[in-house]
Write a protein that binds this ligand. Structure first.
Ligand SMILES: [Zn+2]
Length: 246
């Protein structure tokens, strides 16, 4: 039973004083129950489809920005999970990819197309919506990455994404690539990538509010930082950045 194994995995995360449960409509699986096992972002789950806080935030933001995907061509920079399954069902077309440093962009590894967001192999202006979650803090040249996503979007198309976002005015660069070598400007910080067996992935920067200007410089307008509306106000949802291809 999938549900039982999820509950068992959840038990390990449970902080009894922080537990909450409530019914709401999941953007992926419809009427469902949501549990908060603890106050961390990974502590929230949809009981039916296991959507996490990040999945839920991007799913709600997409539903609130583009309610009907049936006439939209969508590109998402991941290839598994309830959000990907939702796009497969709802969008006119959906392209999925993961990043793997040892796989040539545009080719397939373990059944998944690999792409480097700094050098995408998709043609210009092929998508109405591009989305990504927790990707850009790991991209060495994020200006190039944003410009590439602008290139593959049709004019007027939307980009919606999450990154760890602080209230600081300016983005803090933690590392940079110099002549192909990583130079650390701050003590290295890593996240894990489930696509590569939970391999550690370096965090290149901590984004601040100037992400808006960074996107404008890459050819986006109507940039805003939204907090998706959700019936359960105790759910720790993420901010979602919304930008329009100018
Ligand atoms: Zn769900």
């Amino acid at each position: 039973m999938k549900l039982l194994s999820r509950l068992r995995a959840g038990w390990a995360q449970l902080a009894p004083g922080e537990f909450a449960i409530g019914a709401a409509c999941c953007p992926f699986c419809g009427p469902s129950l949501f549990v908060r096992l603890n106050h961390t972002e990974s502590g929230l789950r949809c009981v039916r489809c296991a959507a996490s806080s990040v999945h839920l935030s991007i799913g709600l933001a997409v539903a609130q920005t583009l309610p009907d995907l049936s006439e939209r061509d969508v590109c998402e920079l991941s290839a598994a999970g309830p959000y990907v399954a939702h796009l497969r069902r709802r969008a006119r077309s959906a392209a999925f990819s993961e990043y793997h440093p040892e796989v040539a962009p545009g080719t397939t590894w373990q059944g998944v197309r690999c792409e480097d967001v700094q050098a995408l192999t998709w043609p210009d202006a092929g998508f109405d919506l591009v989305t990504h979650t927790e990707v850009f803090e790991h991209v060495p040249d994020d200006a190039r990455g944003f410009a590439e996503l602008r290139r593959v979007l049709r004019p007027g198309g939307r980009m919606l994404f999450t990154v760890p976002l602080s209230d600081a005015e300016h983005t803090v660069e933690r590392a940079r690539l110099v002549g192909g070598k990583i130079e650390h400007l701050l003590p290295p910080e890593y996240h894990v990538d489930p696509f590569k067996g939970d391999a550690p992935v370096l965090v290149f920067r901590d984004y601040g509010r100037d992400i808006v200007q960074r996107l404008q410089q890459a050819g986006f307008d109507e940039v805003r930082i939204m907090r998706p509306a959700f019936a359960l106000d105790w759910a720790p949802l993420r901010h979602v950045v919304s930008a329009r291809a100018a």
